[in-house]
Design a protein around this ligand. Structure first.
Ligand SMILES: [Zn+2]
Length: 378
């Protein structure tokens, strides 16, 4: 496992690429950002898209934005309304077991002056898919990601809103280069987290039929392209950033989690505030790939110049991959397995080249954060 020489990105992230000098693609983009990108030109491109949307909507909604009420979607909603002057329709796809603070944040956002469509996928179907996805693939959040992407597209078509605005192109922020550095979000359909949508095997089991899966189904890209555009805001707006979005959204009333980093495995309390399964998922990711959510967080902070690599290493060592037992118990109850069954399934998914089991049956990292490590199974 190799670490980027600037941030703490590892080469175990699927789709990541590194330069020969050991710099990851996200840092490579960041270093170019201030020298080579013509932000005025990008603003011009954005203005042309915004003008097109206003003209096309003919007095209806100009754009749809999928929101959880967290730091990024709060920033997006205000940016679209106040900076771009768009008539915005927000769409929320509520998770099962929505947290109180998540509910408050969404309400806070709407109270600031937005129309909101709420969508709740059938929880019986969601639970079956989540259970299956964890047991088979060790990924409990994959099914819930589909409606987050599909429903805003479906809503835009339904309301004839020409533009869909997303936040981050992860090719830019995480360096998953196969997605391509572009502002066009329709490019992403069929890539990465969205892979598998065509595979009926993934979805159809446990009594589910195709009509159970409507919120999980993307509109055809060709049909979308006829009357719609979809963009990534971070491609066009220089202000977009981890720290900026947090500070901006807090100033608009965003509330964070109150649990401690050793329970949530994250240092910024304003992330994934609406549900707890992400916390379990990030711990699983840590055991599969050798990095969890704190690594992602500190990489943003390093690139934005608000944290040194050494400070970051310290935080990752302390908190990465952590997940309070309560969250695991909640999750097991939700998918109807015991905690013992959870850990015996985890044994299958832990990367044995990166972790070993100690005498107490706990998985321990073989690597030291920030130091390149030769993976070996022993
Ligand atoms: Zn890097």
């Amino acid at each position: 496992m190799k670490y980027c020489k600037i941030c703490l990105q590892t080469d175990t992230r699927p789709g990541i690429s590194f330069r020969k000098d050991g710099i990851c693609s996200a840092c490579d983009y960041r270093s170019k950002e201030f020298q080579e990108i013509d932000w005025l030109e990008r603003q011009k491109q954005l203005k042309a898209i915004v003008d097109w949307a206003k003209e096309t909507s003919k007095g209806g909604y100009d754009c749809v934005i999928g929101v959880s009420g967290g730091k990024d979607s709060t920033f997006q909603a205000f940016y679209a309304k106040e900076q771009l002057g768009l008539n915005v329709l927000l769409v929320n796809v509520a998770p099962d077991n929505l947290t109180d603070v998540g509910r408050q944040n969404l309400e806070n956002l709407v109270q600031k002056g937005f129309d909101l469509v709420s969508f709740r996928p059938n929880p019986v179907v969601m639970k079956k898919l989540t259970r299956q996805s964890f047991l088979k693939y060790g990924n409990p959040v994959k099914p819930s990601e589909y409606p987050l992407f599909a429903v805003p597209y479906q809503t835009a078509m339904m309301y004839k809103a020409p533009l869909i605005i997303w936040g981050e192109n992860v090719a830019i922020t995480l360096g998953v280069t196969k997605l391509g550095i572009s502002g066009d979000a329709l490019n992403v359909l069929g890539h990465n987290t969205l892979e598998g949508i065509e595979s009926k095997d993934y979805w159809l089991h446990d009594d589910l039929v195709l009509t159970d899966l409507l919120p999980y189904k993307f509109p055809e890209v060709h049909a979308l392209r006829k009357n719609h555009k979809a963009i990534y805001l971070n491609y066009y707006a220089r202000e977009w950033g981890w720290k900026n979005n947090t500070d901006f959204s807090v100033s608009k009333g965003l509330k964070g989690r109150e649990d401690r980093p050793e329970l949530t495995g994250r240092i910024n309390p304003y992330n994934s505030v609406d549900g707890d399964i992400q916390i379990v998922n990030q711990m699983i990711k840590y055991y599969k790939l050798g990095f969890g959510f704190v690594t992602d967080e500190v990489c943003y902070y390093i690139r934005e110049g608000v944290m040194s690599r050494n400070e970051a290493i310290d935080l990752v060592e302390k908190h990465d991959g952590k997940c309070g037992e309560l969250f695991i118990e909640e999750f097991c109850k939700y998918i109807d397995i015991t905690v013992d069954e959870f850990w015996s399934h985890m044994d299958k998914h832990v990367n044995k080249k990166l972790f070993y089991k100690n005498a107490f049956g706990k998985w321990i990292p073989k690597f030291k954060v920030g130091d390149d490590f030769e993976e070996r199974e022993d």
